[in-house]
Design a protein around this ligand. Structure first.
Ligand code: AHM
Ligand code: MG
Length: 334
């Protein structure tokens, strides 16, 4: 049996990967590990514990206010970062505004974390994979003060760490520090994330495409051309590609990372800027995609180079195997 490397051990061994190796980033990753174990436990109990599922604001039989699982996740991560002391503020998909932590130790924190606590919300109640996505940035405001909006609105090229946790048939944590991508699977019997997929590479090409095709007549001509190409025998495989759409970005992305494929959420009539959020969803996964040899674009521009203007800014999103994303962009150009 080969020796098991736990995530904690891996973080310590690779601390020198961080541009400012003082141990703070390792501690933030550790906060993420703890919060994700809490969320993983709660996700696994969903359906068993009636106070976890159900619309927020409702009262359960015990007279307790019901909490939606995405709110539970949001609070678990915020609590972990607030108590940790390395993070001066956060922005989350669940909150309208960013949160600047008030304590003195938090004001001395050098980092901000941006995250989507539970992505794939339409899948929460139906037992389909969901995930947490996160990005860590070094603050641009002075240490010792409260976090500002400018700390949050940094382009994706400034990410120091990005990752996701997939609550699927097993719970996995995948992350990059800009030095490749590694994935860890939670072994519930020992309660540890163990290195299961070292140095992940996204296949350069694939034959899986993921898009909500219900929108096909709501999107631009060039994208219809690309989807036709995927479905025809004219592509490089000589066979139609397979359509696979889970409707949980993390799960669709993770499958494509391992098997090769493309994920597309374009701008559509009902969502003229696209649906996915640049800061909480697109940037972190773009960093991972590029680190694994894939691409992430709006169809026209590299995601990581966009200068964000708003916290909840949305962008069209094409990410996955390099050759597939390039082909889609070629079709968009017409
Ligand atoms: P969410 O953050 O509210 O869950 O929205 C993001 C999700 C993605 O996980 C998924 O790929 C997409 O929305 C699905 O949208 P649609 O139902 O329009 O296909
Ligand atoms: Mg989301």
């Amino acid at each position: 049996m080969s020796r098991i490397t736990t995530l904690t051990e891996f973080i310590l061994q690779n601390q020198a990967d961080f541009p400012y190796a003082t141990g703070e980033l390792s501690r933030i990753l550790n906060d993420i590990v703890i919060a994700s174990k809490i969320v993983s436990r709660d996700v696994r109990q969903a359906g068993l514990v009636d106070h976890i599922l159900g619309a927020q604001g409702e009262v359960n039989v015990q007279g307790e206010e019901q909490q939606k699982l995405d709110v539970v996740a949001d609070e678990a991560f915020i609590r972990a970062f607030e108590q940790g002391g390395e993070v001066c503020g956060i922005a989350s998909e669940e909150n309208d505004d960013f949160v600047a932590f008030q304590s003195e130790s938090a004001k001395n924190g050098k980092y901000v974390v941006l995250f989507d606590p539970l992505d794939g919300s339409s899948n929460i109640d139906v037992n389909v994979s969901i995930g947490t996505i996160f990005s860590i940035y070094r603050r641009v405001s002075p240490v010792g003060t409260k976090a500002t909006l400018e700390d949050m609105l940094q382009p994706g090229t400034q990410q120091i760490v990005a990752g996701y946790v997939l609550y699927g048939s097993s719970t996995m944590l995948v992350y990059t520090t800009g030095n490749g991508v590694n994935a860890f699977t939670l072994d519930p019997s020992i309660g540890e994330f163990c290195l299961s997929h070292p140095n992940m590479r996204m296949p350069e090409n694939g034959r899986l495409y993921a898009m909500n095709e219900g929108n096909i007549f709501e999107c631009e001509e060039g994208l219809r051309t690309y989807i036709n190409y995927c479905q025809s025998r004219e592509n490089q495989t000589g066979m139609p590609y397979s359509g696979r759409y889970i409707g949980s970005l993390v799960a669709d992305f993770h499958r494509n990372l391992i098997k090769g494929g493309i994920y597309i959420y374009p701008d559509v009539l009902s969502a003229p800027e696209g649906k996915l959020r640049l800061l909480y969803e697109c940037n972190p996964l773009a960093f991972i995609a590029e680190q694994a040899g894939g691409l992430a674009t709006t169809g026209r521009q590299r995601i990581l180079e966009i200068k964000p203007e708003r916290l909840h800014q949305r962008v069209p999103y094409y990410t996955g195997s390099k050759l597939m994303v390039e082909k889609a962009m070629e079709c968009l150009e017409g």
